[in-house]
Write a protein that binds this ligand. Structure first.
Ligand SMILES: NC(=O)C1=CN([C@@H]2O[C@H](COP(=O)(O)OP(=O)(O)OC[C@H]3O[C@@H](n4cnc5c(N)ncnc54)[C@H](OP(=O)(O)O)[C@@H]3O)[C@@H](O)[C@H]2O)C=CC1
Ligand SMILES: O=C1O[C@H](COP(=O)(O)O)[C@@H](O)[C@H](O)[C@H]1O
Length: 508
């Protein structure tokens, strides 16, 4: 299936969301489905079934979703859309609940005329993934999960599963989860979601690189000095203290191993032979396989663990991580991680990729910065100290856009240079706010497009590159934690890591 931005209508299907009483469903999934429906991008025939243990019926569930964000829905349109929305109070982790659940699913498929196509969505905590997958497998609802291609074009029956993060907490658990999924579904029916891949400016990386001739010739070790990818957040752990402080939590697992390495793979991949999902994934997988697995002796130089203490974010006092509910007062968990990755390929030999992410930092921003090498010969000698490296800054959020920073002449007599910026501002250019990534990703799954979903090999290889650092941190408690005040750019060690290499984080 080629990756496409056309408004192709997906096949009829029933959407079954496990964990429907939770935060993700009301904050992201139902609004995204409403967004698609409002633009004619849902299937002609579709139904949505929310499943969780909380005691709602259809009407109470619809009301709960609507009341979470009434401004997000037009009343008349909601009345129409919500006819597609249903709820079953059931514990889907329990096999005994499944005969009734299966009957309800089949009944709704008949009511909405969706045939046997089903999109399952696991919007649950990770400990529930495996029992639910096994119960789905045993239900008999997955009739072609193991079929590689539709039997014929008149009968494009499918059952697909979207699975939320976190995808394991180490390589072993990721492999086990992949195996459980593989017992029920073929790889081409498994959609491991990463909402960062749904972000407009992340997808724009493919267009920037592969729809233009001016960038690609420079996109290699000859011209690029290093790459920085930052995802900083001003929020702390926001009531998720017990999850974040558990062995599966922390910034490395929550953001770096998952979202940031995915973003990095789009920066580092070779041009695919086509925009077919398989061709794009093939190139991404090669990047993950080329990720250097760090040696223990290198870890103190290439990885930094941070944890926020009390401070102030945007003028508001913030308690330290260790004071958060559900957090061990002596916790060693990383609320900030900075790490240097290397992609050991011909293109990227010697080019470090510095990734960092943290909670309770000075600003919310996600950006990719490509730093170019200095000119091979300095002509403007008296200005040499002002000459900054060229940069391409891809602002994923906020201020979505792409900015190219280069040297220009200041007006007036004499040759004084200064940094100037060519600015593609997404919102000014297109006069729209970027759609939420979940709308794109749900639409892609219903169309059978896996381009923006993760293959099992990507997940497993990304764990192999991160796990040595996690193990090292586990075995070597760090006495200086907390080591950054809330509202700052992270611990001094993160700046030192860059300075050792003669480089600096872009913190504007
Ligand atoms: N929220 C977000 O913004 C994001 C979430 N995610 C991921 O999405 C998934 C869901 O997150 P979120 O909605 O925030 O989680 P919540 O904790 O808000 O909801 C999870 C759901 O799990 C159900 N549940 C809890 N305990 C049990 C149990 N013992 N047996 C069966 N069901 C249970 C709850 O329903 P009930 O108690 O009614 O059964 C609820 O519907 C997670 O994997 C998360 O990592 C990813 C990115 C962003
Ligand atoms: O997946 C996650 O992402 C959010 C940040 O997402 P963003 O779209 O707001 O950048 C993060 O807060 C959360 O801890 C993590 O689980």
């Amino acid at each position: 299936m080629p990756h496409s931005t056309t408004l192709q209508r997906p096949d009829d299907c029933l959407i079954v969301i496990f964990g429907a009483s939770g935060d993700l469903t009301k904050r992201k999934l139902l609004p995204a489905l409403y967004y698609l429906w409002d633009r004619g991008m849902t299937p002609e025939n579709f139904g949505i079934l929310g499943v969780a243990r909380s005691k709602y019926d259809d009407d109470a569930f619809r009301k709960m979703i609507y009341e979470f964000n009434p401004d997000g829905y037009d009343d008349a349109k909601w009345a129409e859309f919500s006819k597609h929305v249903h709820y079953e109070a059931s514990d889907s982790t329990n096999a005994e609940a499944w005969p009734d659940l299966t009957t309800r699913i089949k009944g709704l498929a008949q009511e909405h005329g969706t045939g046997t196509n089903i999109m399952f969505y696991l919007s649950m905590a990770p400990q529930f993934f495996e029992p639910i997958i096994q119960n789905v497998g045993a239900s008999g609802l997955v009739i072609d999960g193991k079929r590689m291609v539709p039997l014929n074009k008149e009968d494009p029956t499918w059952q697909r599963i979207i699975i939320e993060k976190p995808f394991g907490k180490d390589p072993e658990s990721a492999v086990q989860l992949n195996n459980t999924l593989g017992d029920v579904f073929w790889e081409n029916s498994i959609y491991r979601i990463d909402h960062y891949l749904g972000k407009e400016l992340v997808q724009n990386m493919l267009v920037l690189r592969f729809a233009n001739t001016i960038f690609e010739p420079l996109w290699n070790r000859e011209y690029i000095d290093h790459v920085q990818i930052t995802a900083s957040e001003t929020v702390g752990v926001e009531g998720r203290g017990s999850y974040y402080d558990s062995p599966g939590g922390g910034a490395m697992r929550d953001m770096v191993q998952s979202h940031l390495l995915q973003v990095m793979s789009l920066v580092a991949m070779e041009p695919p032979v086509s925009m077919h999902a398989e061709d794009i994934r093939t190139e991404k997988i090669k990047v993950f396989k080329a990720l250097r697995v760090p040696k223990e002796e290198d870890i103190p130089q290439i990885a930094v663990r941070g944890q926020y203490g009390p401070g102030a974010v945007k003028g508001e006092a913030v308690i330290g991580y260790r004071e958060e509910d559900g957090v061990d007062p002596e916790s060693q968990r990383d609320t900030f991680t900075a790490m240097q990755f290397n992609v050991d390929t011909w293109r990227w030999g010697g080019v470090p990729f510095y990734l960092r992410s943290g909670k309770a930092m000075a600003a919310k921003k996600t950006e990719i910065v490509i730093y170019f090498k200095p000119t091979p010969h300095i002509l403007f000698r008296d200005q040499a100290r002002n000459q900054k490296p060229n940069q391409i800054v891809i602002s994923v959020q906020p201020n979505e856009g792409i900015r190219i920073r280069f040297e220009g002449k200041e007006p007036g007599v004499g040759m004084k240079m200064n940094e100037v910026v060519m600015d593609f501002d997404y919102i000014k250019q297109w006069e729209v706010d970027p759609p939420d990534g979940y709308a794109t990703l749900l639409h892609d799954c219903m169309r059978g497009d896996q381009t923006l979903f993760k293959h099992r090999d990507e997940i497993e290889s990304s764990w192999y590159a991160c796990q040595p650092v996690l193990d090292y941190w586990e075995e070597n408690p760090q006495p200086d934690l907390p080591n950054y005040a809330a509202g700052t750019w992270g611990p001094p060690a993160s700046d030192l890591m860059m300075q050792r290499d003669g480089r600096y984080w872009r913190n504007d």
